[in-house]
Design a protein around this ligand. Structure first.
Ligand code: AMP
Length: 504
């Protein structure tokens, strides 16, 4: 793997140069290489290469060491952020069946070996030096497995191969002829947007500068950390940029080194791009597009003033090795015609854990792997535009949520007979929260607050809707739950006038 070869060289040669900075903690390339080497040696003595290892925590330096130890030792890793509630973690464990769990934060004892934060720390800081093995990974081996929201109510694990990641990292390498010295990370490691900063930064010999969840929730500290970082490239969601722009001091005068913003994960609004270009003259804005199933991103567009003036921003040209097709009822759409975006080529992952690829949106086209994204789009002069979803998947602050996933988890709560989840948008059309309508079974007297608390044990906070208990659901002409009506009510555009005779 070229990516790992580059990182291996940097870990040996970059010595005291900062590699991973997280608030008050800082690991140099030497430290990171040593930590990863010891942990890799430990894992190789006890575990079987090729079988997954789960890495749990929130951006602690030991997590960076754990990813490298797994990557060099040949263990596919499953990154899980500690915002994941216990039941969701259990579902991931049941699906991924990892042979070990590396816990950067305390976790209850599981049925598999758990390396606690104390044990991890002791291994990483050990006295003996254990060199990291030279990377010898095969193309088809799984590099990481990232879990994302699934419409069945359980998360689905996307299996990304070494070839997938190498291809992405090479594209990023070419996109940055002048390698940034400091790369700022926003996303949690369980969200594949983080792959766009963590792995390229280490392959460039740059500093990966982490913004923790706590920092992101505290405006003054967020701004002072950002200032301290002297970040040159930031990988972020458009929602996060809006949050930063809400403060007038997010501008070139305060952040003179910031040269590039790499966006991915959700729609970048023209207004956001325009304001950024006004505040940072000469800023390079990259609008990248892709699902986790196709390894972070497969297209990118540079957004300058001309592009930012349009109603919908382009998401760009495909990366090398990828072909984009727009399909309409099984046939290829004409230039400019809308259809489903289908991605074909070497970024397409191997499928979901425990599912046969052909039973899902994965497939083959012209002998190459393909993935039907469920996104609606069109091509114009080789440039892709993404208009939205063909299904009920939404993005909340960049996090992907299947509304059915939330519904299934509501239905799993005691006493809930029926549930419908809809999304609520702000004035600019961004999904800002979810609303759930719930009907309880006869004789059930759970309160809204109780339901809310029970759901929070099953789903991360960003997936938890505001719950409203109803007696009846409005029905449409086909006698089905009228979701359109529920969405209007949730968005304050309608009142609840369900006909009691419609009670199912
Ligand atoms: P995820 O797997 O979490 O990265 O989510 C992938 C989905 O996010 C895609 O299928 C799109 O619906 C959406 N998405 C990603 N990037 C963009 C973008 N630049 N513009 C619009 N939608 C995007």
């Amino acid at each position: 793997m070229i990516l790992l070869e580059r990182i291996w060289k940097n870990l040996r040669e970059k010595g005291d140069a900062p590699a991973y900075c997280c608030e008050t903690q800082r690991l140099s390339y030497r430290d990171l290489g040593e930590w990863a080497g010891r942990l890799c040696g430990y894992l190789q003595k006890r575990f079987v290469p090729g079988v997954p290892v789960l890495v749990y925590g929130h951006k602690q330096p030991v997590m960076a060491a754990a990813f490298l130890a797994c990557a060099f030792g040949g263990f596919p890793f499953v990154p899980v952020d500690s915002f994941t509630p216990k039941e969701r973690l259990r579902a991931i464990l049941d699906s991924a069946r990892p042979q070990a769990l590396l816990a950067a934060e305390p976790l209850p004892e599981e049925k598999i070996p758990v390396l606690s934060p104390e044990v991890l720390d002791e291994i990483c800081r050990g006295k003996k030096t254990v060199p990291l093995p030279y990377p010898a990974r095969k193309k088809d081996e799984f590099f990481y497995i990232i879990y994302t929201s699934g419409s069945t109510g359980t998360p689905k694990g996307v299996m990304v191969t070494c070839e997938n990641l190498d291809s992405f990292a090479n594209w990023m390498w070419a996109m940055f002829p002048q390698k940034p010295a400091v790369v700022v990370n926003q996303a949690a490691f369980s969200f594949d947007l983080s792959v766009a900063d963590f792995w390229p930064a280490l392959s460039w010999g740059a500093q990966e500068y982490i913004l923790s969840r706590r920092t992101q929730r505290d405006y003054p500290s967020l701004f002072s950390q950002l200032e301290k970082s002297e970040g040159e490239l930031m990988v972020l969601t458009p929602s996060f940029a809006s949050l930063l722009l809400a403060d007038q001091s997010f501008c070139a005068q305060r952040f003179p080194k910031l040269k590039t913003l790499f966006f991915c994960g959700e729609t970048l609004l023209p207004k956001t791009a325009q304001t950024l270009l006004e505040r940072f003259s000469g800023l390079r804005i990259l609008n990248a597009y892709g699902p986790t199933e196709c390894t972070v991103a497969v297209t990118a567009a540079k957004i300058g003033e001309k592009e930012a003036a349009a109603a919908l921003l382009p998401v760009g040209n495909p990366k090398p090795g990828m072909e984009i097709r727009i399909e309409n009822e099984g046939r290829l759409a004409k230039e400019g015609e809308e259809g489903e975006i289908v991605l074909v080529g070497d970024s397409v992952a191997a499928g979901y854990v425990g599912t046969k690829p052909h039973a899902t949106s994965f497939g083959m086209r012209d002998g190459k792997r393909s993935y039907c994204t469920g996104d609606l789009g069109w091509m114009e002069n080789g440039v892709l535009y993404c208009k939205g979803r063909l299904d009920s998947q939404v993005k909340i602050r960049g996090y992907r949520v299947e509304l059915q996933d939330v519904e299934k988890n509501l239905l799993a709560l005691p006493g809930v007979d029926e549930a419908a989840v809809v999304s609520c948008q702000d004035q600019e059309g961004r999904t800002v929260r979810l609303a759930a309508f719930v009907r309880l079974g006869d004789g059930q007297d759970l309160t809204r607050q109780q339901l809310q608390a029970l759901l929070a044990q099953r789903l991360p906070a960003y997936m938890c809707p505001v719950i409203r208990i109803v007696q009846v659901f409005p029905l449409n002409e086909n006698g089905k739950c009228d979701r359109k009506k529920l969405k209007e009510i949730a968005n304050g555009k309608g009142t609840f006038k369900a006909d009691p005779n419609n009670r199912k």
